[in-house]
Ligand binder design. Sequence first.
Ligand code: GCO
Length: 442
Amino acid sequence: MLGFTRNDFPDDFLFGTATSSYQIEGHAFGGAGTTHWDTFAATPGNVVRGENGARACDHYHRFEEDFDLVAAAGFDAYRFSTSWARVLPEGRGAPNQEGLDFYDRLTDALLERGLKPCATLYHWELPAPLADLGGWRNRDIAGWFADYTEVIMGRIGDRMFSVAPINEPWCVGWLSHFLGQHAPGLRDIRATAHAMHHVLLAHGHAIETMRGLGMENLGGVFNMEWATPADDSAAAQNAAALYDGYYNHFFLSGVFKGTYPEIVMQGLEPHMPKGWQDDFAIIQAPLDWCGINYYTRKIIAPNDGLWPSHHEIGGPLPKTFMEWEIYPEGLYNFLTRTAAEYTGDLPLYVTENGMAAPDVLEHGTVADPHRIDYLNSHVAMVQKALADGVPLRGYFIWSLLDNYEWALGYDKRFGLVHVDFDTLDRTPKSSYHALTTALTRT
Ligand code: GCO
């Protein structure tokens, strides 16, 4: 049982679930162009079992059935992303009409079911021809992204409830260019500094483009991990502060304050693109809301290595199938801190929260009491933040379906709905049924 119902929340508080294009659609269908995730996954050693998003959940052909499930659970809103390479197979130039038609039908299918469409324009599948030109390392990406924004939002922007340009700038910048764990798999500090800045420049240009189309309710979606120092030493405190700096503060600070944190610039400044200081007028394009994706915390210890001179160590808390510690307090900390330090009265949303488990289908049902516990403990923090006056307007669960968990392939199951990746059958898990009870309006 869930320990809450929607009656415990303000009337206009939105409950939603979130997905992303490459993780569910089936990228092989409908004339989409090659992305850097296709080529990253085709390179040995990058993705578990070499899995990719070619078929995924075949949402491309089954979205109506999937949206029936979203509506039947009592959700108000659905967060999805549009694929750049499906809309513009070459990244620029001629659109793929089939792709535009798909997102048009998808939008109407949501509206027909009374679901609010909440779009993200980029959830990591960069068209390969743009990756060839340097991708996020190339400043021109801000213009390419604005052009893509114009094409896709020119078609569906009139019906969106909300839009955010880029999902999780940290993942686009640091995870993909410094840690090399996501496409394009680089491990280069100059590439990182350029990508981290250009991703915000592209964000700002896309916001301006959508304002030009007359659109409203535009925001940003930032992932955050709470950083806990490994011990009480000053060195451990500094190590955690630096992690907090490049992970959590960097992007919010750029967008809401027009500056980057000093502690991060100590390492990145020599590698920044020329003239970066002059871009904040665009990066700071005013937003209508801010979204926070939250899953876990990390425990950070200092070391003698090269900057950033720290590493993660294992923690004592119970862990999800991702080996991520379950630390609900971090969500509360981020909601209150973001409002206090960055966004003030601006509406906040939890745009992603959820957990992976090795869920199995037995006798036609999938029992996931662990997920119900996870949701209970995190929603309690949402309620605590609301009680403190944080202007929180909604909570989105990652994810509707078991899906392609990037470099970890298909066995990290995050869904409220189980997917059999052979038959593609959908089976709602017990967490889905519990949510239906909690969310259905009575
Ligand atoms: C994320 C991602 C998802 C992941 C999820 C679990 O936005 O981090 O949006 O793509 O699947 O976070 O790792």
